[in-house]
Write a protein that binds this ligand. Sequence first.
Ligand SMILES: Cc1cc2nc3c(=O)[nH]c(=O)nc-3n(C[C@H](O)[C@H](O)[C@H](O)COP(=O)(O)OP(=O)(O)OC[C@H]3O[C@@H](n4cnc5c(N)ncnc54)[C@H](O)[C@@H]3O)c2cc1C
Length: 382
Amino acid sequence: MHFELNETQTLIQQTARDFSQRRILPEAAKIDREGRFPAELIKELAELGLMGVNVPEALGGAQAGPIAYVLAMMEVARACASTAVTMSVSNMVAEIITRFGTDQQRSKYVPKLCSGEFQAGSFALSEAGAGSDPGGLRTTARRDGDSWILNGEKTWITSGDRAGVLVVWARTGSPETHAGTKGISCFLVEPGTPGFSVGKHEDKMGIRGSTTVSLLFDECRVPASALLGEENRGFRIAMVALDGGRLGIASQSIGIATAALEETVAYVKERKQFGHPIADFQAIQWQLADSRTELDAARMLTLRAAWLKENNQPFSAEASMAKVFASETAVRVCNRCVQMHGGYGFTRDYAVERHLRDCRVTTIYEGTSEVQRMVISRAALA
Ligand SMILES: Cc1cc2nc3c(=O)[nH]c(=O)nc-3n(C[C@H](O)[C@H](O)[C@H](O)COP(=O)(O)OP(=O)(O)OC[C@H]3O[C@@H](n4cnc5c(N)ncnc54)[C@H](O)[C@@H]3O)c2cc1C
């Protein structure tokens, strides 16, 4: 067993770190305050190869593998959680089109996602009535000659108003023969397609620079060639994508909490009460010790799951373990960091306030903590 990174992983980590600290971090508070989508930063991330870290070079990616990807995500999230989630979902979309797409679909979309020609890719699974249970989705697609016609509404879609391509799940099977998850297919939809429009923009607690919108499909006609994978076999694509996506969100959680902890270490050395820096008090030291330990454990779980993926081994339960542990750790750590800042931590003058708001969603999206525990317990009981 060895813990060293290889040359490519070190290079990607260093590149992501340098860029994030130099270019993203100075923008992060403004992005949050203005709720501004970081379009220019995404373009620059793409130029560094970070919008297709685990995508083959032949399709414009960096071909650096899942471990390099999680390392890069941690660095970007350490600077700006909004930029990181945009990067995470776009990387996921590029990976699934690479894996499940035809040659034509791959060459049409993946290079544009990787190069930043597209500002983002979107993953449109959730609906108002189908969140934790996406198998209950109600958007439909019916075959009409050489086309599919989509009807329905998606909610909570990250970058849905910015994406150059959206992966959309819809029900195609008849309830008699293809009920539940067995009757769902996956489609690649382009913005501007007649019958497709963007609805409500969510006004969120955190990751305010990332857009979250609903999508409306009203007799939206896409060509037969827009089907990704096989008819009625699309649910599996979503599950495979989410396994990888959860590594992205685990890494995002770790990045946010790492930033909060670093800022808190600096603060407790400066802040004096009772004639001492508060770092001298054991109550503070133990919060730092617990936070560091838990964050390191989260990092190990995430790297282990990424290693399994990199080595083509099953990693679904391990990705869920990493996601549930890293996200819950991030919420705990950021909460402690606000506490260690006292009243100042409750103001916008210190970034820990943003970190706590930004990390809160990590236990919810790409499967809530409860859903991760369902995945893990299913593996435990198998
Ligand atoms: C900012 C943001 C961005 C998002 N981006 C995307 C995106 O890009 N694409 C996309 O498809 N979706 C996206 N989502 C949706 C997200 O994945 C869902 O919000 C999430 O899966 C939970 O679904 P829900 O909100 O409907 O909650 P519900 O499923 O209604 O859950 C409510 C509560 O009940 C619990 N619960 C539900 N079922 C069970 C059960 N069987 N056992 C125990 N507890 C249970 C849940 O854990 C949760 O605590 C995003 C969400 C947010 C907030």
